[in-house]
Structures are given as structure tokens and as C-alpha cells.
Design a binder for this molecule. Structure first.
Ligand code: UDP
Length: 315
């Protein structure tokens, strides 16, 4: 590892957003430690990066105390199952990586005087009563429902980050990631865009849960990575909580129709049961990210979906 370079640690670095982030950091000239226990991440996502001498992969579960590294300047903490299907399958692991794992990494950041970024989630708003969601909204979360392993552990993680920021004056920030999609998203992760595209390509029924009037707003992964980098490298983001996402809002039935037509699929659209505690509406207010980070997403849904469809067709 070349420690003359800026050194970044990315936990969850073999995951969907994490692997895209590792690639962007290498392009920026950083040395990167990619940490992942491969519970939901995949070495396939980082295969291309392994030949880069500035890239080191460590298979490690961050709920364990961290190994000693020579130097660390930045810690990006992304490790956690993140799709609804994944975090319900790995509920306890999810609860622990966002609570114990976050505390371990904060202690580590303090020891190394490293700058810290925690990836929280729009899920901390629960089924929101305020629309669109601003960072000042405290949320409407079921504290012990089927999604609580994720929602509540991310809320605990946020608390721990702010505690270290206030008590230990750690240079830390929190980003709340809204629905994100794009290449390297696992085909079977159960998310709506991966499901719809892969169902449409295979000619299987496109499964809209409930009547499909629930809404989401989708951010392309390259835009998300740019937002995460800006949140880390903007001094004024210290101690702040910032929404990152694309404010264009779609119903799931419109999304299904769009993907059906873009893939020229013969698949029919079917309606199945709505999962428990599925939020009715979600759209980020990104005024703060626009002002503080001078960031906003650039990729339209049509172009982003076309790139994602091409990725799945070729993988
Ligand atoms: N959804 C759907 N069909 C699917 C997968 C998801 O209609 O095959 C819906 C789901 O009920 C939710 C939205 O799409 O309203 C987004 O689901 P996802 O699991 O991608 O993310 P969430 O925003 O719920 O974390």
C-alpha cells in the first residue's frame, strides 16, 4: 500500500454502491482498503480493481475490532445489507453492523484522526407523514416491525456518529441515501428496479406489489457516488446530515410500464401482496445538498435505466 497517497477505507466496498465508490476513489488517486465480509457483497464487483496496486481487499466483519493499518485519512462506512429482502434475511447481522460496527469504526476513526462518513438511509423516515422529506423531519418508524432491524439500527448509527462528533469532536458527517440503482446492483437483491428489469428480460411476470400507487425516487449510482464524495471532501459538511437522492418521483406501476416498454418485453404486469410497513411515498428534499455540496443528480431515469438494462443483458 502506497501511504504517500491519501488513504481511504470503504466498508461494504464489495457491495453495489461501495464497489462503485472504490473505483471512483482509485480514479481520484487514493489508496483504497476495501473491507467486506461478503455477506451480500460480491468479489465479482471488485474483480477489475484487484490488479490496481493502490487497492487492497480485506474480508472482514466490522462488528469485530478492526485490524491495525499503517495510515487512514478517510473512512466511508457503507457496510450493511441494504435491500429489504437482504436485511430481512440477515436481520441480526444488519442490526449489529449498523450499531456495533458503526461504534467500532468511530473508535477507529478517532484513533487515526480520520474523517468519517456514515451512510444512513431514507428508511429512517419510515412511512413519512411529511412529503418530500427534509433532514429536519424526525420520521414515522415502526420501532419493532419487520423493517426495524434496518431502520432502527441506522437511527442508532446516526446517534453514535453525532455523539462522536459532539463528544470527541470527530470530523464526521451522515448522508441519508434514497433509492439508488445502476450497474453492479445484484440481480437477485429483491429491489424493485433489479426485479422489474430481470423479470422483463426473462419474459417472467413483472411483480408490482399492491396496487402500485406507492412512489419512490431513483438516483443513478454514479450520481450517488459523486454526492458521497462531495459530502466527505466538503469541509462544511462536518457534523451535518444530508439527504442524497433524486427528487423525481414515480409510482411503481408507472415504473413497471416504463421498464416493460424499454425492454420490449412480452411480460405481463401482475399484482401481488404489498409487503408489511412498505412506505407509501418517498421523495428527498435535496435543498441542503444543493447548497452545501453544490450537488444534484444529473442522470435521467430513462438513460440510467437503459444503462442498467444493458448491464444486466451483458452480465
Ligand atoms: N416493489 C414492487 N415489486 C417488486 C419489488 C418492489 O412493487 O418486485 C415495490 C415495493 O413494494 C416498494 C418499492 O417497489 O414500494 C421499492 O421497493 P424496494 O424494495 O426496491 O425499496 P424500498 O424503497 O422499499 O426500500
Amino acid at each position: 500500500m502506497d501511504t504517500a497517497k491519501q488513504v481511504s477505507v470503504v466498508t461494504g466496498g464489495a457491495g453495489f454502491i461501495g464497489s462503485n465508490l472504490c473505483e471512483a476513489l482509485l480514479t481520484k488517486g487514493h489508496a483504497v482498503y476495501c473491507i467486506d465480509n461478503l455477506l451480500t457483497g460480491s468479489e465479482k464487483n471488485i474483480e477489475q480493481l484487484k490488479s490496481n496496486p493502490s487497492f487492497t481487499f480485506m474480508r472482514w466483519d466490522v462488528t469485530n475490532e478492526f485490524p491495525v493499518l499503517p495510515k487512514i485519512d478517510y473512512i466511508f462506512h457503507l457496510a450493511s445489507p441494504a435491500s429489504v429482502a437482504d436485511y430481512q434475511k440477515y436481520d441480526e447481522e444488519t442490526a449489529l453492523v449498523n450499531s456495533m460496527g458503526t461504534r467500532n469504526l468511530l473508535k477507529f476513526a478517532k484513533a487515526y484522526q480520520a474523517r468519517f462518513l456514515f451512510t444512513s438511509t431514507s428508511e429512517i423516515y419510515g412511512d413519512p407523514k411529511e412529503h418530500p422529506q427534509k433532514e429536519t423531519y424526525w420520521g414515522n418508524v415502526n420501532p419493532n416491525g419487520v423493517r426495524s432491524c434496518y431502520d432502527e439500527s441506522k437511527r442508532f448509527g446516526e446517534m453514535m456518529v453525532m455523539l462522536y462528533s459532539r463528544k470527541h469532536r470527530l470530523d464526521a458527517r451522515i448522508v441519508r441515501i434514497f433509492n439508488t440503482y445502476g450497474p453492479k446492483m445484484r440481480k437477485d437483491d429483491g429491489r424493485v428496479i433489479s426485479n422489474f428489469i430481470n423479470q422483463a428480460i426473462a419474459g417472467h411476470p413483472i411483480t408490482v406489489y399492491g396496487d402500485g400507487t406507492q412512489t419512490r425516487s431513483f438516483c443513478y449510482v454514479a450520481d450517488m457516488v459523486e454526492g458521497i464524495l462531495k459530502a466527505m471532501f466538503t469541509d462544511a459538511a462536518k457534523g451535518e446530515v444530508i439527504n442524497l437522492g433524486n427528487p423525481e418521483e414515480y409510482t411503481m406501476i408507472d415504473l413497471a410500464t416504463k421498464i416493460q416498454s424499454m425492454t420490449a418485453s412480452s411480460s405481463e404486469i401482475v399484482h401481488t401482496d404489498l409487503p408489511e410497513d412498505d412506505p407509501v411515498r418517498r421523495r428527498p428534499d435535496i435543498t441542503k445538498a444543493r447548497k452545501l455540496l453544490e450537488w444534484e443528480p444529473k442522470m435521467s431515469l430513462d438513460t440510467g435505466l437503459a444503462q442498467t438494462i444493458a448491464y444486466y443483458k451483458s452480465s
